[in-house]
Ligand binder design. Structure first.
Ligand code: TYD
Ligand code: MG
Length: 457
C-alpha cells in the first residue's frame, strides 16, 4: 500500500508537497487542503480496463463520418438551444449552480423527456432517495415512462457496473460531489475525488457512447469544487443561475464544444417544475413602474436572442462620508467606470453619493450594449428625471463618454418594437457606411455621445 500526503488547491486542483497560503496557479487564498490519497492494491484497474476498451486507431480526417454525430432532443426548447441544438451522443455536460436553484429538477425533466422519446436513461441520485425522486418526477413529468431507471448510489465502481448492465444512452450523476471512487481514501467532494470520479465516468461515456450529465454544486465562494479541472475534462459547461427569491432561472452555457456559448435558456420555477419562458422580455418588464426615475429598458442580446431588461438606478446622499456603490446583475467595476465617466466628462455631481443599480428579474447582464442604459439610469436617478416609458436605450460607452456601436442592432430594435416601444436611442456609429435599417413602428434616435443621449430623452 502506498500512502502519499499532498496539498491540493480546492479551487483549481493544483498540487503541492507542502502547504501554501496563496495558490500560485489560481491565486486563491487559503485554498490548500491536505489530502492523503491512499492507493489500494490493484488500484487504477478500472481506469485501465476502460482505457483498453476506448483505444481507437487514427483515421483520415476526410473519412470521418459526421453523420455519426447524433443529437437527442429533449423537446424542452430552452434546454435544447443552450445545448447547441440537442444533446450530442457521447458528450459530457457539467451543470453547475447554487444548492436549491433547480439543477436536479431540470435534469430530471430532461431525463423524463428523453425517456419519453424512447432513450434509455439512468438517473443516479446520490443525494435524494429513490422515493423522493419519484415524488418529484410525478410532479414535473406528465406521464410515467418505461425507459427511465433510477438508483441511489454513490460508489463509482457500482455505478459503472449498472451502466454495463443497463446500457443506457443517457446517464445523469446527481451530484458529482457526492460520488466517490473507493480506491481513493479522500472524502467525497474533495478535489481528488471529484476529479478522479469525473475522469472515470467521462472515459466510460466516451468509450460506450452514452451522453453523461454531471451535476455540480457551486460553493459559497461561487466556485465549483475543482472547477477548472472539470471544465477541461467535459465538453459542455452550463450554469444554472437566478436570485434565490425570484422564480426565474437562467441556464447559461459557459463552454460548449458543440454549439455557441452565448445562448441562454429562461425558465420559471413553478409548483409543476420548471416551465419554459418563451418570451422573457414580457416577464422582465411586466412590473415596471412608468413614472419612476432611474428606470431604463435595454434590449440586450444573449447569444442569438435579443430580449429587453429593465435596469433600475438609485442615487442617494451618502451618510458618514463613506460612499457605496452596489450593483446586482451588473459588473460593479463597470458601474464604477461609468459613474466616473458621468462625473468627469459630464460634470455630474456623484462623488458623495451612494449609487445602487439593479437588473430586474435576476438576470446577469454582461452585454456592453447595456452601458448607455446604465449611465442614463444613474443620471436619471440623480437628476430625478423620468426616462419616457416608451423609450429603449442602446449603446456601449467609452471613456471619453462617446457612444460606440453595438452588434446586431436590427434584432435588438425589432424586439423593442415588438413589445410596443416607440422610440429607441441607438449609437450613431451603427449607421456609418451602408446601414439602411429603417423599422416601421419605432423611431430611432442616433446619438454620438452620452451627453447627446441625455439631451435627447
Ligand atoms: P432542486 O432541483 O432540488 O435544486 P438543486 O438540485 O439545484 O439543489 O430544486 C430545489 C427547489 O425547487 C426547492 O426549493 C423546491 C423547488 N421546486 C419547486 O418550486 N417546484 C417543483 O416542482 C420542484 C421539483 C422544486
Ligand atoms: Mg439536487
Amino acid at each position: 500500500m502506498k500512502t502519499k500526503t499532498l496539498f491540493v488547491c480546492q479551487s483549481c486542483g493544483s498540487q503541492s508537497a507542502r502547504w501554501v497560503g496563496k495558490c500560485p496557479n489560481c491565486e486563491e487564498w487559503n485554498s490548500y487542503v491536505e489530502e492523503t490519497s491512499t492507493l489500494r492494491e490493484g488500484s487504477g484497474k478500472m481506469r485501465d480496463q476502460i482505457a483498453a476498451q476506448a483505444a481507437v486507431l487514427p483515421v483520415l480526417l476526410k473519412e470521418v463520418d459526421l453523420a455519426l454525430e447524433k443529437r437527442h432532443l429533449t423537446q424542452i426548447g430552452e434546454f435544447d438551444r443552450v445545448m447547441g441544438g440537442g444533446i450530442v451522443a457521447g458528450s459530457v455536460t457539467l451543470i453547475g449552480g447554487d444548492p436549491g436553484i433547480g439543477k436536479s429538477t431540470i435534469v430530471l425533466q430532461a431525463g423524463c423527456a428523453l425517456a419519453q422519446a424512447g432513450l434509455k436513461v439512468l438517473y443516479v441520485s446520490g443525494e435524494e432517495s429513490v422515493k423522493q425522486a419519484k415524488m418529484r418526477a410525478d410532479r414535473v413529468a406528465q406521464a410515467a415512462n418505461e425507459h427511465l431507471f433510477i438508483v441511489n448510489e454513490i460508489d463509482v465502481e457500482t455505478i459503472s457496473g449498472y451502466i454495463h448492465e443497463l446500457k443506457p444512452q443517457v446517464v445523469i450523476i446527481d451530484s458529482i460531489q457526492v460520488v466517490h471512487l473507493a480506491e481513493f481514501s479522500s472524502s467525497p467532494g474533495s478535489v481528488a475525488q471529484v476529479r478522479e470520479s469525473a475522469a472515470v465516468l467521462t472515459q466510460l461515456a466516451k468509450s460506450r457512447g452514452f451522453s453523461l450529465f454531471l451535476i455540480g454544486h457551486v460553493t459559497k465562494e461561487g466556485m465549483l469544487a475543482g472547477p477548472r479541472v472539470l471544465e477541461h475534462m467535459v465538453d459542455t459547461v452550463l450554469y444554472f443561475e437566478g436570485e434565490r427569491y425570484s422564480s426565474y432561472r437562467v441556464l447559461r452555457a459557459n463552454k460548449n464544444r458543440f454549439g455557441s456559448t452565448n445562448e441562454i435558456g429562461v425558465f420559471e420555477m413553478t409548483a409543476w417544475g420548471l416551465q419554459e419562458v418563451l418570451n422573457p422580455s414580457e416577464i422582465f418588464l411586466c412590473e415596471r413602474p412608468t413614472d419612476s426615475s432611474g428606470s431604463v429598458v435595454v434590449p440586450i442580446l444573449e447569444g442569438t436572442r435579443p430580449f429587453l431588461v429593465e435596469i433600475q438606478g438609485l442615487v442617494a446622499r451618502s451618510a458618514f462620508g463613506m460612499v457605496r456603490q452596489k450593483a446586482q446583475g451588473f459588473d460593479p467595476n463597470r458601474l464604477s467606470l461609468l459613474v466616473a465617466v458621468l462625473e468627469k466628462r459630464l460634470g455630474l455631481n456623484l462623488g458623495d453619493k451612494d449609487i445602487f443599480l439593479n437588473v430586474v428579474g435576476g438576470v446577469k447582464v454582461i452585454d456592453p450594449a447595456a452601458d448607455l442604459g446604465v449611465s442614463v439610469s444613474v443620471a436619471s436617478a440623480l437628476l430625478d428625471k423620468v426616462v419616457p416609458h416608451d423609450t429603449a436605450i442602446l449603446g456601449e460607452v467609452g471613456l471619453s463618454a462617446e457612444v460606440r456601436s453595438v452588434s446586431q442592432l436590427a434584432a435588438r430594435v425589432n424586439e423593442a418594437q415588438k413589445l410596443g416601444f416607440t422610440r429607441c436611442i441607438v449609437p450613431k456609429n451603427n449607421f456609418k457606411g451602408k446601414n439602411d435599417f429603417k423599422p416601421s413602428h419605432i423611431h430611432l434616435i442616433p446619438v454620438a455621445g452620452l451627453r447627446e443621449a441625455l439631451d435627447k430623452l
